[in-house]
Ligand binder design. Structure first.
Ligand SMILES: *[C@@H]1O[C@H](CO)[C@@H](O)[C@H](O)[C@H]1NC(C)=O
Ligand SMILES: *[C@@H]1O[C@H](CO)[C@@H](O)[C@H](O)[C@H]1NC(C)=O
Ligand SMILES: *[C@@H]1O[C@H](CO)[C@@H](O)[C@H](O)[C@H]1NC(C)=O
Ligand SMILES: *[C@@H]1O[C@H](CO)[C@@H](O)[C@H](O)[C@H]1NC(C)=O
Ligand SMILES: *[C@@H]1O[C@H](CO)[C@@H](O)[C@H](O)[C@H]1NC(C)=O
Ligand SMILES: *[C@@H]1O[C@H](CO)[C@@H](O)[C@H](O)[C@H]1NC(C)=O
Ligand SMILES: *[C@@H]1O[C@H](CO)[C@@H](O)[C@H](O)[C@H]1NC(C)=O
Ligand SMILES: *[C@@H]1O[C@H](CO)[C@@H](O)[C@H](O)[C@H]1NC(C)=O
Ligand SMILES: *[C@@H]1O[C@H](CO)[C@@H](O)[C@H](O)[C@H]1NC(C)=O
Ligand SMILES: *[C@@H]1O[C@H](CO)[C@@H](O)[C@H](O)[C@H]1NC(C)=O
Ligand SMILES: *[C@@H]1O[C@H](CO)[C@@H](O)[C@H](O)[C@H]1NC(C)=O
Ligand SMILES: *[C@@H]1O[C@H](CO)[C@@H](O)[C@H](O)[C@H]1NC(C)=O
Length: 852
């Protein structure tokens, strides 16, 4: 005794259900697909009393037809007309639903030889991005797919997907909101396998008998006895069964035999959910007992159960259960003490159906629909979920696809050569994860919108070959954004900025910083740029004659040192070499005196180096006035710089004024000039080894001079090891640290760090945030692309943001971890000069930056 599922899902029903009164159909969606335009919509279906609407407002594609005339009488009205889809692969209904609500969803398909060709179609049915069912009408004249499904958004997409030559069709779509708390699953939705009540001569029960419009098929096996009652049966549980279902029941005719129901699963591993409804409707004696156990495939499932007298009791399987081999066998077996046989009033079986792929982010879907409709674009396959299933993704898009349980996001939009006109659609900014935007070769007009620059995820924008005008917004000038604009003759390529960084029409706006520098350098060279106005740049002079000739006069005795420092009275600081004291020579000339004990390297090397240092002379290098060696007393006597070091000024401690941006640029340039001199101006060339803000000293006019160069070899530092790798943590070139090979580019790295400090005033190594290095901090900030958030917040906001960006680009390329990508100091100087020129030109490019 086996139930044929096909039998149970037959749509034909001729029995007339009396409509007592029009009941509420709250939240019901009843669509008669393909209802002809000359027929009224909505209409009341006479047997169910349901109001059916035409489907034309819920789908934009497809054609309508109706089943062969001689078949019409056999079917309820909504199933006799149909919509079929000769065009497009995927055609979709978009239904407005309540998010998070459980719905009974029915889709009905009746071929009825509407086209007279007698070729029934085969196609796929999708629920949003997920396959719902494979529909094959070659075996049956009509079929219905029914699920209990909880919606995940406010719209539900039901799509028909062509899989072969035949055209998909649909006859009706019905959605019934369910109450919560019933038909719950651990995961997945429920696909209805069958739903039955027990009456030999009854008809299918539907709305209004069933408030949820579940469809109950009448069914009684030969070996069963049907009983009925006219008395009311208590119907107090949440399943709200039709009264007719509860008033009928089946019992085994052989009262000692079990009642057995057998069915097969579509797939042998399907998970089942069972719902059996019981009410004892038989008149019986007071001393009678009805008690039975419920078994599935021989396994005890529930019991013993004593059904309530004329009151419903629903037993469900609770969790998904499987049937070995896909064959299920439910048995109701009376217990020894039971005087009456088992009985059952209604029975439902569902299998779990998974819809694992999340729908595309709702706002992305809204945005892409707005964009396509703004441009009047309609492609037949731009229906349904834009991203999934993968093979049906809207062309022109690509989407993120990392995790099925996360809503896919649109990451690229390519509407190149799509005949777009008008302006660049504002809805593009709602695609907040967009990385690539290609609108090239259209007829787009208007300005390049500001919002494109604010879309942080965008890394490629191709607007070539349009008819855009105006200038390029400032916001598009940011790192890691490739902007293509060639072929827009009316576009002003170099608008608000005098500074040519990165806006080089057909060249990406921002490329690797070092490339920017190179471009800049070339531009600058082409323009034959000379010394920037308003800055005093010293000539690069060699002052070799100073040194050896006057060497003797530069040697001081230890007692002279004691005298000049007034017995080491005033401490200026402590350096790697030793303590630094204030001193006076020749009555008035102030000096800084560094005092140390002889290090292990010995006097000879000291002398050689001092001789070398005495020859080095540059206005941006702190000059060595003299030296002392006497016994094991060593001292170096330098010119005194009254304004201390740059580090103090940046920290702003002690009420020291915060030096403004243009002064910072000048100080950077001066320090760079000093460093360049060490690298290429003096013989032999020197590597400073310890460039840092604390080693940039400021004279009475805040002119910068580099200190502490050329010493590290002999006077390395605190420990033996550090003589191998000299320098200060955080400023130290990582490549030098790795390889131990010292070169000028190591100083360039340190200079980059100095420049970053001058721009951002961030700690070189932030102890509080996982030792975050300043280059990492800036790297994160650059993604945000807001220069205001990168710049030292203490700076007055009167700087030119182009010069700020250029300086930042420069600093980052100097601090590149690979020395080969760093510019030389000469290149650094060129860029800094250009920054200063830009800053000093008096025309501020800081629109929108003012604090309000
Ligand atoms: C609608 O039009 C079709 C023909 O186009 C016709 O056969 C049908 O009777 C019309 N129905 C109504 C209700 O007028
Ligand atoms: C489909 O309908 C036709 C015409 O009524 C009938 O001859 C045929 O048996 C039906 N096929 C099935 C599978 O029910
Ligand atoms: C159930 O069957 C009885 C007779 O067997 C019949 O009188 C009754 O109308 C049926 N009830 C329903 C709801 O179909
Ligand atoms: C139940 O009681 C009735 C009389 O009320 C009696 O005829 C019948 O035998 C009893 N049945 C059982 C199983 O005791
Ligand atoms: C019920 O009766 C059968 C045979 O009379 C016996 O084998 C079985 O153990 C009994 N079951 C219980 C639960 O008493
Ligand atoms: C479906 O309709 C809703 C509401 O009208 C809309 O927000 C959504 O974008 C539509 N979805 C698709 C894929 O057309
Ligand atoms: C697109 O969205 C904008 C608002 O962002 C709205 O003004 C416009 O009417 C929308 N266009 C379409 C075609 O939906
Ligand atoms: C997908 O995301 C969910 C929730 O965010 C997470 O629980 C799951 O582990 C992720 N799966 C994979 C394969 O990453
Ligand atoms: C956009 O599509 C065009 C042609 O279909 C193609 O040439 C171009 O490379 C695509 N753009 C991107 C960014 O992939
Ligand atoms: C732009 O418009 C002109 C005429 O208005 C038309 O000839 C041309 O084909 C269009 N170009 C594109 C790429 O659509
Ligand atoms: C775009 O082109 C269409 C048809 O070619 C035209 O109707 C529409 O007005 C144009 N839109 C704009 C903004 O030029
Ligand atoms: C637009 O530029 C991007 C980035 O180089 C490129 O991938 C794409 O192919 C370009 N589009 C067209 C149509 O050439």
């Amino acid at each position: 005794m086996e139930i044929s599922i096909g039998l149970l899902s037959v749509l034909i029903t001729l029995a007339i259900i009396h409509i007592v009164q029009a009941q509420e159909q709250l939240g019901f969606i009843s669509l008669d697909c393909g209802l002809p335009k000359n027929e009224t919509s909505p209409y009341t279906e006479t047997q169910t009393g349901l109001s059916f609407y035409s489907d034309e407002n819920f789908i934009q594609s497809g054609k309508t037809d109706r089943v062969q005339a001689n078949l019409e009488s056999g079917f309820l009205k909504p199933y006799t007309t149909l919509r079929y889809f000769p065009e497009g692969i995927r055609n979709c209904y978009n239904l407005s639903v309540e998010m998070g609500r459980k719905y009974l969803i029915k889709a009905s398909f009746l071929y009825g030889n509407y086209d007279g060709r007698n070729i029934a179609p085969v196609f796929d049915l999708y629920l949003g991005p997920n396959l719902w069912a494979k529909v094959d009408l070659q075996q049956v004249n009509g079929t219905q797919e029914e699920i209990l499904h909880t919606t995940t958004s406010n719209s539900l997409l039901i799509c028909l997907v062509k899989t072969g030559e035949t055209k998909p069709l649909i006859s009706a779509l019905e959605l019934r909101p369910m109450r919560t708390g019933i038909y719950t699953t651990q995961y997945g939705s429920l696909k209805n396998l069958f739903r039955m009540y027990f009456n030999k001569s009854g008809s299918r029960l539907r709305y209004m008998k069933d408030v949820y419009d579940r469809s109950w098929a009448p069914f009684v096996m030969n070996e069963w006895t049907q009983i009925s009652t006219a008395l009311e049966v208590g119907n107090s549980n949440a399943f709200v069964l039709p009264a007719d279902a509860l008033q009928n029941a089946a019992m085994p005719t052989d009262s000692s035999a079990p009642l057995t129901i057998t069915w097969n699963l579509e797939n042998r591993d399907d998970q089942c959910y069972l719902y059996a409804h019981f009410a004892d409707i038989q008149d019986s004696q007071a001393n009678d007992t009805r008690e039975f156990d419920i078994l599935l495939n021989g396994q005890h499932l529930y019991g013993p159960l004593v059904p309530y007298k004329r009151n419903v009791n629903t037993i469900s399987s609770g969790s998904g259960i499987t049937c070995k081999g896909g064959g299920c066998n439910l048995e109701l077996i009376r217990t020894n003490r039971s005087t009456l046989p088992p009985l059952i009033n209604a029975f439902e079986v569902y299998t779990v159906i998974l819809f694992p792929q999340s729908e595309t982010d709702e706002s992305d879907v809204g945005a892409i629909k707005n964009i396509t409709s703004s441009y009047g674009l309609s492609r037949i396959n731009w229906q349904g979920d834009p991203c999934f299933p993968q093979q049906l993704r809207w062309d022109a898009l690509s989407c993120s696809n990392k995790n099925m349980s996360m809503a896919p996001r649109i990451t690229s939009l390519n509407l190149s050569s799509s005949g777009l006109n008008g302006t660049i659609a504002a809805a593009i900014q709602s695609l907040t994860q967009l990385e690539t935007l290609d609108l090239s070769y259209n007829n787009l007009t208007g300005e390049v919108p500001e919002f494109l620059g604010k879309m942080k995820s965008l890394s490629v924008i191709n607007l070539s070959g349009n008819n855009l005008n105006g200038s390029i917004p400032q916001s598009l000038r940011r790192k890691r954004l490739k902007l293509y604009l060639e072929g827009n003759p009316r576009l002003i390529k170099q608008p608000k900025k005098k500074f040519p960084v990165a806006i080089v029409s057909s060249v990406p706006v921002a490329i690797v910083a070092s490339v920017v520098i190179v471009v800049l350098f070339l531009v600058l060279r082409k323009r034959n740029s000379t010394i920037v106005e308003g800055i005093h740049l010293p000539p690069r002079t060699s002052t070799e004659n100073d040194t050896f000739a006057n060497k003797k006069s530069k040697r001081f005795t230890y007692s002279e040192v004691i005298k000049m420092t007034k017995n080491f009275q005033r401490v200026l600081g402590k350096g790697g070499f030793g303590m630094v004291y204030h001193g006076t020579v020749k009555g008035s000339e102030q000096v800084a005196v560094k005092v140390s004990q002889l290090s292990t390297q010995g006097y000879k090397q000291f002398k050689a180096e001092v001789d070398l240092l005495l020859r080095v002379h540059h206005t941006n290098l702190v000059s060595l006035v003299g030296y002392c060696y006497e016994g094991n007393h060593l001292a170096l006597i330098y010119e005194f710089l009254p304004n201390g070091d740059l580090k103090q000024h940046l920290s702003g401690k002690g009420g020291i004024s915060i030096i403004n941006w243009s002064t910072r640029l000048r100080i950077a340039l001066e320090a760079a000039l000093g460093l360049e001199y060490l690298h290429i101006g003096c013989t032999p060339p020197m590597v400073h080894r310890d460039v840092k803000t604390a080693n940039i000293l400021l004279d009475e006019n805040f002119k910068a001079k580099l200190a502490d160069f050329g010493l590290s070899r002999s006077f390395g530092g605190e420990s033996q090891e550090s003589s191998a790798i000299a320098g200060t943590h955080g400023y130290l070139d990582p490549e030098y640290y790795r390889t131990g090979r010292l070169a000028e580019k190591s100083d360039v790295y340190s200079f980059g760090i100095v420049l970053l400090e001058m721009i951002t005033n961030q700690p070189v190594i932030n102890q509080t945030s996982e030792n975050c290095h300043i280059t990492q901090w800036v790297g994160f900030q650059i993604n945000g692309a807001n220069i205001l958030e990168i710049m030292d917040p203490k700076l007055p906001k009167d700087y030119d943001i182009n010069s700020a960006w250029a300086a930042l680009d420069l600093a980052m390329s100097c601090a590149d971890s690979s020395s080969s990508k760093r510019p030389s100091m000469s290149e650094v100087i060129q860029v800094l000069k250009k920054c200063i020129a830009c800053e000093n030109s008096g025309i501020r490019n800081n629109r929108g930056l003012e604090k309000t």
